[in-house]
Design a protein around this ligand. Structure first.
Ligand SMILES: *Cc1c(COP(=O)(O)O)cnc(C)c1O
Length: 397
């Protein structure tokens, strides 16, 4: 039996107790309590979990990306380099910040093509590395290329909570890291996001921009560096009011303790299904990079030697078996296919990224699946490929 892979995990009971308390007092706004509001506690706990100095919780990861760009103080029409394989919200946050998205190629392994990245860096003001579906690009190379040119790096770590690179947490490698609490991510609050940074000036700007009007910034656990930064920026920045509600924080906080288990089980499930299906001649699962320890809650793989019609037949056969697969480039109006980002005006062509998107499959694979569930999912995918491509011709040959 194939489990329902779109069903979320239940929210821990502790959230209910806190929500009942908030309901009884009506204290839902993060700046009502003089201190220790649930949102402020979330920020403290998340920063400590990640080993970063500061955190700012906001309404979404997109809001966190937007605020990061503004907080960097980029010039108007600044050029921001992003991978051509990401979610439409990423170039959207750049447009929203009055900047210009520039796309670079992504390889068959879903990671930034470094040669193309370097070629495009000359007139770039900032980089957003979107670790799409939690696949980490070569951060050593990217950080070195950007440091040499003094280009700030924002990490879009929406799908990378729990991922490490050389033992360091993704989201702490760039100047600022942004995470999502939207329902399809590792921690589910329906909506929500958070940014982390060690940069006091950047944090102070982001806090004010996020809607800390008057002296509400005092409720952000102010240290001496922040105090000076807030004094510099008081009344000098517009307020975009992208704050998080205490209710969302109450839903998120008890899930933080669940992260290690979700990461461990998600990786176990992913690696089990990946190994099983990678044995088929028509399926290839890209390897993780050496320094990377992944935290997957979904599975991506490439179909090999199939025509577009074969790919469509594979998707139909998998769906028949109870496993929903999307091919990023073949489903209509997919928000992760760059040619659908018509709001950019001119969309460049990225032939390598396009070719990858036409064969890259995406299926959810939640941490709560059992090994038996995973074997059932792998079985459906293998049979679907066999059904489309004919008799098994001996795996691995
Ligand atoms: C989900 C996602 C976002 C957007 O997150 P929101 O919290 O929904 O704004 C951005 N980037 C990536 C890679 C994502 O997966």
């Amino acid at each position: 039996m194939i489990p329902n892979m779109h069903e979320a995990e239940p929210i821990p009971d502790a959230a209910m107790t806190e929500i009942a308390r908030l309901f009884a007092s009506g204290d839902l706004f993060r700046y009502t309590a003089p201190q220790d509001a649930p949102v402020a506690l979330l920020e403290r706990e998340f920063a400590s979990l990640m080993g970063s100095r500061y955190a700012l919780a906001v309404s979404s990861c997109s809001a966190a990306l937007f605020l990061s760009l503004l907080a960097l103080g980029l010039r108007k029409d600044a050029r921001v380099l992003i991978p051509g394989f990401t979610f439409a919200a990423v170039p959207s946050s750049i447009v929203h910040a009055g900047c210009v998205p520039v796309l670079c190629e992504v390889g068959e392994n879903y990671r930034i093509d470094l040669a193309d990245f370097e070629d495009r860096l000359a007139d770039i003001d900032a980089v957003i590395v979107s670790h799409m579906r939690g696949h980490t690009s070569d951060m050593d190379a990217i950080l070195a290329l950007c440091a040499a040119r003094d280009i700030p790096v924002i990490e879009d770590a929406a799908h990378s909570l729990g991922t490490t690179w050389n033992g360091r947490r993704i989201g702490t490698l760039g100047r600022v890291g942004c995470f999502s609490f939207q329902s399809y991510k590792l921690v589910n609050a329906g909506e929500g996001g958070i940014l982390i940074t060690d940069d006091a000036d950047l944090l102070a700007r982001a806090v004010i921009l996020s809607g800390a009007y008057e002296h509400n910034w005092r409720k952000h656990g102010v240290d001496a560096a922040l105090e000076a930064a807030f004094a510099r920026w008081q009344n000098r920045l517009p307020l975009y009011n992208l704050r998080l509600s205490n209710l969302s924080a109450a839903v998120i906080r008890p899930q933080l303790a669940e992260i290690p288990r979700r990461v461990r089980d998600g990786r176990r499930n992913h690696d089990r299904v990946a190994a099983a299906i990678d044995a088929a001649p028509w399926i290839s699962v890209p390897q993780k990079l050496g320094p990377e320890e992944r935290a997957p809650d979904s599975l991506q793989f490439n179909l090999v030697g199939m025509t577009d019609d074969d790919v469509r037949a594979f998707v139909a056969a998998a769906s028949e078996g109870g496993v929903s697969v999307q091919v990023f480039g073949l489903s209509t109006d997919n928000a992760r296919a760059f040619w659908n980002w018509a709001f950019l005006g001119d969309v460049p062509d990225l032939p390598r990224t396009r070719a990858m998107l036409m064969r890259a499959c995406d299926t959810r694979l939640p941490a709560r699946l059992t090994p038996a569930d995973c074997d059932a999912v792998a079985g459906v995918l293998l049979r679907a490929a066999e059904q489309v491509m004919g008799a098994v011709r001996g795996y691995g040959t």
